[in-house]
Design a protein around this ligand. Structure first.
Ligand SMILES: [Zn+2]
Length: 99
């Protein structure tokens, strides 16, 4: 699964594009490899509020979800059934248009 290309400032909750090297480090960390944090500074400055965000928090994916939001969205059985129903209708329409 691809790394989330954005992370959120823990101070002002701004969505910040994750620099490619952080994405790479995150992938390496997830794969269980050792990784070295690049750059001379230990923190990434938020372009919005200037908050010093720890590189480890960015790399580990800890800030990939907005602060306070659940890490994973849980869908109820009813919602999943509704999505399957909608996908079925979409497939039906596509087949009808293709004929
Ligand atoms: Zn900020």
């Amino acid at each position: 699964m691809a790394t989330e290309p954005r992370f959120f400032c823990p101070s002002c909750k701004a969505a910040i594009d994750k620099p490619p090297q952080y994405q790479l480090l995150g992938d390496v960390a997830r794969a269980g490899g050792d990784f070295i944090l690049m750059g001379s500074s230990d923190a990434f400055q938020c372009p919005s509020c200037g908050f010093q965000i720890l590189k480890q928090d960015i790399v580990s994916g800890k800030l990939d979800s907005p602060p306070g939001a659940p890490a994973k969205i849980r869908l109820s059985g009813q919602e999943i059934a509704g999505m399957i129903f909608l996908l079925g209708i979409a497939a039906f329409i596509i087949v009808r248009c293709a004929l």
